[in-house]
Design a binder for this molecule. Structure first.
Ligand code: NAD
Length: 104
């Protein structure tokens, strides 16, 4: 599929599944916003995508903070003028049994 000039926000786009999603959209022509709480990971993926000929913008974002999300959306609109796709990927997982997870 071709995502040329589509604007895609990937929350948690610095590492893991989100990192791969961001790189894949960028490789298909999308402009990718990496909305990530971990600055080092977000910047690293922004640089990786740009070095590989893609378009990416890292915006420090904690998706649990309304102010951060508003700022990230404003920066996306300022930079790319629109939003086409949101990949709501950010999250944390924890292992263990149902009992240990519920008691955390
Ligand atoms: N890996 C799995 O097997 C699996 C299974 C089911 C669901 N998931 C879900 O898929 C998503 C990605 O999983 P993953 O394995 O790639 O995880 P990961 O920990 O490798 O990556 C998650 C990314 O989200 C970022 N992040 C965490 N909290 C954030 C916040 N508040 N605001 C912005 N960014 C934040 C992290 O810094 C990290 O870069 C998660 O939501 C996870 O719960 C993963």
């Amino acid at each position: 599929m071709n995502f040329k000039d589509k604007v895609v926000i990937v929350t948690g786009g610095g590492q893991g599944i989100g990192r791969c999603i961001a790189q894949t959209f960028a490789s298909k022509g999308a402009k990718v916003v990496i909305a990530e709480i971990d600055d080092e990971a977000g910047l690293e993926n922004e640089e990786y995508i740009r070095k590989n000929g893609g378009e990416a913008l890292f915006v420090h974002t904690d998706v649990a903070l309304e102010e951060d999300v508003k700022n990230m959306v404003n920066k996306t609109i300022e930079t790319y003028g629109k939003i086409d796709i949101l990949i709501n990927n950010a999250g944390i997982g924890s292992g263990g049994t149902i009992y240990t997870i519920l008691s955390q």
